[in-house]
Design a protein around this ligand. Structure first.
Ligand SMILES: Cc1cc2nc3c(=O)[nH]c(=O)nc-3n(C[C@H](O)[C@H](O)[C@H](O)COP(=O)(O)OP(=O)(O)OC[C@H]3O[C@@H](n4cnc5c(N)ncnc54)[C@H](O)[C@@H]3O)c2cc1C
Length: 448
């Protein structure tokens, strides 16, 4: 199998004005492509709408973890990835504020089964997800549009508030209805905006739970693996309370980026106010990194900023992490604010929420509109599936900002294989992660 992700994707005939579907999916990123693919695999008639034209870039760290790979395999995309250049992730390097580091291996079995994790540019990964979704949607009688933006989300208010369809604008402006609209338009998704802000008066962007991030691609960085190895997460002094990453994505090229929670970034002074300046300071001046970047070159035009809507629990809210569904609509992925607040991973949760949402919809039972009680069930099931790990990650996010604790922990971990094994377990199992913020476990491992 050979895949060329640089050529256009043929998406077929446009829908005519007033043409209706079983499901309308807004956004063709990993979440939207997965939702459309899962629905089409079951035989639903889907309209998949994407505002950009493929191939298109998405600002990201480009790590596709084990959770994502399970869905990617189910959707028939894993072989496509393996037929293109990619980096196999075998471990994670963490550095502490004082610059010490430790590399934690990912579980050997997962690495051997090629299920531990990959890293590859999103322009390539998203292309394959959208291409596969397009094939499946067209073969089950649906339509796919790109270069076409949702400009209005339609809703009834009588007898109940229900989302009913969308108006889209591409070469022409058309309106389409469906019993279910999936909001998969990322952190500024128009469906999420309608549910959260317009109809319920809540805020979309909570600065304590949104992260600003900046990414660039570089070639010629020293001491990184070519085809497999560790990805690097640095919590060095200059970066905390944010984190800096170096992720190899293919032979000779790395994704380098930095992220910080927006409310924390506001408190920063001088050069630290700008993530781009902070990143360039690390590359050009930090004693741990400047030598590694001495002969490296930034890929022109690759510097881009974006936001990550974290799934950390919001204080005092009955629905966590925030409202994401109502009669007629469910939001998934970034549109439902599901990014892991420690690692910054969001692709896996976008795919998981896509499968969950599609599993709750029944095109024959819900032909008059996806009911409110099912929307509520979605939010409960979503938090049931992801709440424990997102809450753990939020606690770990707070711990890694504590400089002395991180210094001691990384120092001990670097010396002790048994502690490294425990961390390997924690990278593989969400249950084992609970240990990482248990005061007793931390005390035992740091003090003994
Ligand atoms: C700097 C950075 C680093 C990250 N690193 C990682 C990482 O290493 N690993 C990881 O797993 N996650 C990472 N994430 C998070 C990850 O990028 C997201 O969680 C993931 O992209 C969510 O997928 P999605 O499909 O929900 O949304 P998106 O990928 O944002 O896709 C949304 C799609 O909707 C389209 N759209 C938007 N509005 C409209 C509209 N009005 N009409 C039609 N289409 C529309 C967009 O063009 C886009 O294609 C990172 C994020 C950032 C910003």
């Amino acid at each position: 199998m050979t895949i060329d992700w640089t050529v256009p994707i043929e998406t077929g005939e446009l829908p005519v004005d007033g043409e209706n579907f079983d499901i309308i999916v807004v956004g063709g990123g990993p979440g939207g492509s997965a939702a459309a693919a899962y629905a089409a695999m079951r035989g639903d008639r889907v309209l998949l709408i994407e505002k950009e034209v493929w191939p298109r870039d998405k600002t990201c760290g480009d790590a596709v973890g084990g959770k994502s790979l399970r869905h990617v395999k189910e959707l028939g995309v894993k072989e496509m990835i393996e037929a293109t250049p990619h980096f196999r992730v075998t471990g994670m390097m963490f550095s502490s504020p004082n610059g010490q580091n430790v590399t934690i291996a990912l579980p050997k079995d997962d690495v051997e089964r090629k299920e531990a994790g990959y890293a590859l540019p999103r322009i390539q990964f998203d292309y394959m997800m959208f291409k596969r979704a397009t094939e499946l949607v067209l073969s089950s009688g649906g339509k796919v549009v790109q270069g076409t933006k949702v400009i209005d989300v339609l809703h009834d208010s009588v007898p109940i508030s229900r989302i009913t369809g969308v108006t889209i604008e591409g070469d022409s402006t058309t309106t389409h209805c469906a019993p279910l609209v999936i909001g998969a338009g990322g952190y500024r998704c128009p469906v999420a905006q309608t549910i959260v802000e317009d109809l319920n008066g809540e805020i979309m962007r909570d600065d304590d739970h949104y992260c600003g991030a900046y990414r660039e691609y570089w070639t010629g960085v020293k001491d990184v693996g070519d085809e497999e190895g560790a990805i690097e997460l640095h919590f060095v002094d200059d970066v905390i309370p944010g984190y800096w990453w170096i992720f190899p994505v293919q032979k000779g090229m790395v994704n380098v980026g930095i992220g910080m929670v927006i409310s924390e970034q506001r408190k920063q002074k001088g050069m630290r106010k700008s993530l781009k300046k902070l990143q360039h300071h690390l590359i050009n001046e930090h004693p741990l990194f400047k030598e590694r970047f001495a002969e490296a070159k930034m890929v022109e035009g690759s510097g881009k900023g974006w936001q990550l809507p974290f799934g950390s629990p919001r204080k005092g809210k009955a629905i966590q992490p925030r409202l994401s569904a109502m009669a007629g609509a469910m939001c998934i992925g970034d549109a439902a604010s599901l990014v892991d607040p420690f690692s910054g991973e969001g692709i896996g949760n976008a795919l998981l929420s896509a499968k969950l949402a599609i599993g709750l919809f029944d095109s024959s039972k819900h032909k008059d509109g996806f009911p409110q009680e099912m929307a509520e069930q979605y939010m409960v099931e979503l938090w049931g599936a992801l709440g424990p790990e997102l809450t753990n990650s939020y606690k770990i996010q707070k711990i890694v900002r504590r400089r002395r604790l991180m210094n001691l922990f990384v120092k001990k971990a670097a010396k002790r294989p048994a502690l490294q094994d425990a961390l390997t377990d924690a990278l593989a199992s969400k249950d084992a992660q609970k240990k990482l913020h248990s005061p007793l476990w931390l005390a035992r491992n740091i003090l003994l």
